[in-house]
Structures are given as C-alpha cells and as structure tokens.
Design a protein around this ligand. Sequence first.
Ligand SMILES: [Zn+2]
Ligand SMILES: [Zn+2]
Length: 342
Amino acid sequence: MRAARLHEYGKPLRIDDVPAPRPGPGQVVVRVAGAGFCHSDLHVIDGELRILPRLPLTLGHENAGFVAAVGAGVRSVREGDAVAVFGGWGCGRCRHCTTGVEQLCDRPEWVGLSSWDGGYAELLLVPAERHLVKLSTLAPREAAPLTDAALTPYRAIRKALPALAPDDTALVIGLGGLGQYGLKLLRLLGGCRVIAVDVAPDKRETARALGADSVLDGRDPELLKKVLDLTRGLGVGAALDFVGSDATLATAIGATRTHGKVVQVGLAGGTARMKALESVRFEASFEVSLWGTVQELREVVALVESGRLAPIATEYVPLERIDEVYARLKAGRVEGRIVVTP
Ligand SMILES: [Zn+2]
Ligand SMILES: [Zn+2]
C-alpha cells in the first residue's frame, strides 16, 4: 500500500510502497478515508520537534475511515463500520491511561507521532478497539479533523467555561484550524462575548464570518490596551492562546481578569511570564491543555452529527499531493483544514 513517510528531518515526505498492516489480537485495521494535515506535522517534518523514535515513519494523527479488518477478540466494531480514530494512544496501564486521560500518558504512543505509523497511508493499524469512535451520519473524511482540530479546542474551552459568565468576554488568539473551531465552540457553549485576534487579514475576515463580536490585529502595538478597553478595563474571563509565542502568551496573560483563566493550546515555543502583583492578576490561573480524551471526541462527534456544530471549511487533497499541502500550510495559505485522502 502507499504511505507518505518522513525519512529525514527537514526533507519532504516520500510516497513509499509498504506492506499492508494485518491486525493482531485486539487490533483493528482502518482503511483511511481522510487524514487532516496539522500544524504540528510541520514542526515534526522541519525537525523542530525531533520526537519520533524511528525513521522512516508515516505521519498523520487526525484520522477517520472504515474498518477494514479486525483482530481476534475485537467486539465493538466490525468490517465496514465508519469510525473516527482517537489518536492520543498511551500505554493503557499508567494512572493517566486508566483514568480516561490517555493522551497524557507518561509514555505516549500517539498515532503518527511515536513508533506507530499514522494515517497518511491507505491503511492504518490501530492497536486497540478503545481508540475508535463509531460514526453514524458523518462521512469519515469529514470527521477526520474532529479528532484534533476540533477535539483540542473542545477540551481547552471546557476548562475555560467555569471562568466565563454570560457577562464575560473570551479572548481567542490565532484563527487557524484549531482557533476557528475554538471560536465556534465558544459561541456554542460559552454564551459570552468573544474577541478574536490574528495577524493575518484573511483569518480576521474568517473570524468575523464565524461570529466573533470584536476582531483585532495581532500586530497592533495597542492590542492589549484595545482588549482591556473592550472589557471596561477589567480583562477577559478566559484567554485561549492557539499560538503560544512569547507575544501571544504575554497578551493572553495581560488580558485576563482577576480570577480568570489562561489556557495555552498552541506550542510555538514561547515562554509564559507571570509575575505576581505585576503581569498577572489575582488568582488568575494558567493551564497548558493537551489534545483531548476519547470521551471528549465522542462529545465533539455528537455535536457535529446533531447539527449543532458545523465543520470549518475543509479541502480534500490526494495523498500524492501531500508536499503541496505542506508548502501551503507553511505559507499560511489554508483557509480551514486540508484533509489528505489516501
Ligand atoms: Zn495536530
Ligand atoms: Zn499510559
């Protein structure tokens, strides 16, 4: 079967012919209908995140498709079922795995980001049936981005909700795929006003179209003052940073009110500076939110299948053109999400 594999950090992916996986006991093989191309793939391909234990490796951690084969003992899915694949695989035994937050496993085995090959291939070997979420009405290739681009902001926003009263304002920084889902989920679940910030004019346009109450330019030297002015000087109840640079973290922290919450999602390598009585207000809290749980993925799928959450703009590109996808995402020329269709 064909698979887009990374052979060397800093080099383009190569389409290889590799042996088709066969499911062992408890395992499932999924025929990939769609694999979302994520910003973190750029960091891995470019060698900024040298986390892969072996090369070559097939990337792709936002996957969905149809069950192609099941191993002995698999009971919850059968051949032909449409499934979304939860990607935060762990050891299955540690305190995080056994309490439902497997994506936080101390020894992560994330699909396409560990020794397990990912979904930029015709077939994907899933090590356990517990990672599969059955789809009823949603086409798998449409569901693929939900497993990260929607799931990650969903978890982050659920954490911020206790800090967001109806008379509050939320701040969303970075309107890429995750930020767009973040904005939509805040409008759906939060009931508060939303300020959206991005450096790119087209992303600010998208934020307006998705219903942000105020939209600000991330490069505006007066940005923090403008956010504070919009909240009568009090600050926002919660700030969600989908970028994670020095500058965006400083804005998120500086804009958050007393007893508010800053949630960092983006991992652009910035440092969060918090000095009591100076840069951070009383009892404001800071959390780095990571991916989501399989139960949260079921909840996101339910929101979409019931029509309450509409998917962001999605474009489908064949596996052969994956390097083009890389170049476009790198140049910021992607409107919502690009899904690779092997
Ligand atoms: Zn991702
Ligand atoms: Zn574990």
